[in-house]
Design a protein around this ligand. Sequence first.
Ligand code: FAD
Length: 273
Amino acid sequence: MEIKLEQSEVVLEQTRQLSSSTGEFRFVRVDGKNVEFRPGQFFRFVFKDNQGEFERSYSLCNQVMDVPYLDLLISKVESGRATELLFASEQGLTAHVTGPYGRLLVPEPLPKRLFMVATSVGIAPYIPMLTRLSPALKSKQVEVHFLYGTREHNEFVFGDVLEKYSEDHPDFHLSVCYSRVMPDEAREFEYQGYVQARLKNLDPDPKTDRVLLCGNPHMVDETYDWLKETGFGVKHVTREKYVFAKETRSKSRTSLTDEHKKLIAEKMKKYQS
Ligand SMILES: Cc1cc2nc3c(=O)[nH]c(=O)nc-3n(C[C@H](O)[C@H](O)[C@H](O)COP(=O)(O)OP(=O)(O)OC[C@H]3O[C@@H](n4cnc5c(N)ncnc54)[C@H](O)[C@@H]3O)c2cc1C
């Protein structure tokens, strides 16, 4: 079922540094309503800094559904406008959000094997999918290969969540691929190299399998080109590229109602007290 596009005002409630380059940011809806989205979707955020308003897209990495907050996993980009605003902010930063958007969803019907491939913060949209996939994994309706590419062990975020999930779901197979530095004592799911190489070794089959690709546009394009050579088409592969924003001004923003202004003022008072 399609979820209606909604606009809402949100306020930053908490932040958590996950690695030197990555943070988790929780924005709460000021109207207290639950955030409606399907696991894998993203929202457009309009922030305001000293140069004015600008828009950036972020996938939700919520581990819990039906809650009034949006959890984001964000990596720092040098001289990035959103990076500078977000990583310098604590509680109280406000934004206007629109969503949900995106077609990176759990395929229906489920395939024999589902390959979830991501680099860096491209794993964000897969986190809410884990809850959705749990019953199907437990009842052996699907086998999932989760391929996560990052530069080094320090940047392996959500490691505790993914390792616990692997233990609880024998048909969930985690592969972490380090493109730069391997840990001194690598575990059985840790590999040297790129996710593309690991995917090739797992020999996906277009007749029975489906692939989700998310993150670095170069990885997404390169992997998709290879998948096409092996017989996969647009129906078998869903891609989400974390491309940089070209335009910084929001076109779709509606002005705040008095009600929203009042709610934001109340939330801000809470954080300032
Ligand atoms: C559908 C979608 C979902 C997204 N979801 C997420 C998400 O969940 N988490 C997340 O962290 N990001 C996500 N992004 C990317 C995000 O929207 C921003 O582009 C990113 O946070 C950088 O914004 P910024 O304002 O800090 O940098 P900008 O001010 O936009 O960029 C500053 C400079 O850095 C360059 N640059 C921008 N991004 C990168 C990069 N990644 N690597 C190298 N150079 C770069 C730009 O070309 C520019 O020169 C998503 C993008 C899309 C399209």
